[in-house]
Design a binder for this molecule. Structure first.
Ligand code: NAD
Length: 501
């Protein structure tokens, strides 16, 4: 680990003796003891970010973009060690750890281009000699709360856009993955050194648990709270931010489904199901959790899927040929066992789901991904269990498939496999999938940064990353300029002696 820390510019000496133990889910070993931030220290960081805002907001946006360009350079140079640290700390396979860092690089590139494109509209005025337009201004310091399963990319989605938009950031990473956060911050500090003069306090990491996140949520100096995590967490954070009229951007749990139609290309579907359902050991917000299969192909697809599950290599996520690493911890394993126990009681036929490699890794939690055939969608299926459980349901009529698809509280990602144009278009239409992400002939997971990412219903409604998600990090002003010698009122109103224009 020391070599890794050094490559990332982390001071190994500062990672021992702290009050927060960090264990690798790979083997359960203690890899660091970091210091949590006291309420007073957190207060100082928020105050510093707030003070930095006053200076950063007047730096021209393309210059702010230059800082993000330099940060992307650091990320490119450190892609391998940072990707490895992500793997060691959260247990996803190295390909995915590296992919996560690539996502950081991609969003930095996007943000750099954006720094010259923070456009507003010009709007036709109803009054002669008047011009209307909208302008976009930096919003203020913002708070970012992130989950363990993507320890760095969602922060980078927020951070790179926020910085370009003129907003300093205070980041509270998951208490399960503080090292990846501290390493990202160290890389940013390297970029800052090369940037030249910049206000102090543009980026802070605060280490701690839920109480630390709550302090961010309650602080009126943080104009936006972007929070990624479970629906349970969003239910705490959303109202707290709303009470102080702050803005929130919630990226919460998903219960993502795929409909496989009778005309589907089953080879493609099988590969997509496998990646979406077992990738990241079922610990992606966009993991495929429900498979809704047409009755005509059910008997063909499901046995083939079970066979493919049987070939998946489970083990150390740093090994090249491993596809499924460990669950994050014992709590995740218990949640998986609990859900499998409940669905069995609800009539589900379970295959897989057992703990494996226990002898070799007694303090880590490796499981065989589970397939559960269900005759109906029960309350357990409607919940997100953050583990590799794929519920399989059968349908006959397309409308029933859509009804099953949408009959869950969450609305993050979705997909359909079909070669029937009508089905594909119906799935994407107003009365099709009710999710924020709806795909055709690709699985629900593995989004690109160019599109806005997020979902509806209990997923929280937030959108971040690409498209026009940047607007969340800015305040919009509508401006009217009168360049005439008259003062006409809108709607033709006369006031006192005035005549309508
Ligand atoms: P979690 O909700 O347990 O924790 C997420 C973050 O919220 C952590 O930093 C945690 O410390 C913090 N937190 C917890 N309680 C809080 C509170 N009361 N106030 C403020 N902050 C609080 O989630 P997790 O187990 O780390 O991650 C898995 C969950 O995240 C899943 O539900 C998954 O679907 C979701 N997720 C969603 C997205 C998305 O973009 N929609 C992306 C990744 C993960």
């Amino acid at each position: 680990m020391e070599e890794l820390y050094e490559a990332l510019g982390l001071d190994a000496g500062a990672l021992v003796g702290g009050d927060l133990p960090v264990h690798s889910p790979t083997d359960g070993a203690l890899i660091a003891e970091v210091r949590t931030d006291s309420a007073a220290r957190q207060e100082e960081k928020i105050a510093a970010a707030d003070a930095a805002f006053a200076q950063w907001r007047i730096v021209p946006a393309p210059r702010r973009g230059e800082l993000i360009r330099l940060f992307a350079d650091e990320l490119r140079a450190a892609k391998e060690p940072l990707g490895t640290l992500v793997t060691v700390e959260c247990g996803k396979i190295l390909q995915e750890g590296m992919g996560e860092v690539q996502e950081m690089i991609d969003i930095c590139d996007f943000a750099l281009g954006l720094s010259r494109q923070l456009y507003g509209l010009t709007i036709a005025s109803e009054r002669p000699g008047h011009k209307m337009m909208e302008t976009w201004h930096p919003l203020g310091a913002i708070g970012v709360i992130t989950s363990f399963n993507f320890p760095v990319a969602p922060w980078a989605w927020n951070f790179s856009l926020a910085l370009v938009c003129g907003d300093p950031v205070v980041w509270k990473p998951s208490e399960k993955t503080p090292l990846s956060a501290l390493a990202s911050q160290a890389l940013f500090e390297k970029a800052l050194k090369r940037f030249g003069p910049a206000p102090d306090g543009l980026s802070h990491v605060v280490i701690g648990g839920g109480e630390c996140g709550e302090r961010l949520a309650d602080d009126p100096r943080l104009k936006l709270i972007s929070a990624t995590g479970s629906c349970r967490m969003g239910r705490h954070v959303g109202p707290r931010v709303a009470v102080r009229f702050g803005r929130s951007l919630l990226e919460l749990g998903g219960n993502n489904a795929m409909i496989v139609g009778a005309s589907a290309d089953l080879e493609l579907a099988l590969r997509a199901i496998l990646f979406s359902a077992v990738g990241t050991a079922g610990q992606r917000c966009t993991t495929l959790r429900r498979l809704i299969v047409h009755e005509d192909i059910y008997a063909d697809l499901v046995p083939r899927l079970k066979k493919a599950y049987g070939t998946i290599r489970i083990g150390d996520p740093l090994d090249d040929d491993v596809l499924v690493g460990p669950l994050i911890d014992g709590g995740a394993y218990e949640a998986m066992r609990g859900a499998l126990g409940k669905v069995t009681g609800e009539g589900g036929a379970v295959s897989g789901g057992e703990r494996v490699l226990e002898d070799r890794y007694p303090d880590a939690y490796y499981v065989k991904p589970a397939i559960v055939e269900m005759s109906r969608q029960t309350d357990t299926v409607r919940e997100e269990t953050f583990a590799p459980i794929l519920y399989v349901l059968k349908y006959r009529e397309f409308d029933d498939a859509i009804a099953i698809h949408n009959d869950v509280p969450q609305g993050l990602s979705s997909s359909i496999f079909t070669t029937d144009l009508r089905e594909a278009e119906a799935f994407l239409s107003a009365d099709g999938s009710d999710c924020g992400i709806a795909n055709v002939n690709i699985g629900p997971s593995g989004a690109e940064i160019g599109g806005a990412f997020g979902g509806e219903k209990d997923t929280g409604g937030g959108r971040e990353s690409g498209s026009d998600a940047w607007k969340s990090y800015m305040r919009r002003a509508t401006n009217t300029v009168n360049y005439s010698h008259e003062l006409p009122l809108a709607q033709g109103i006369t006031f006192g002696g005035d005549e309508p224009a």
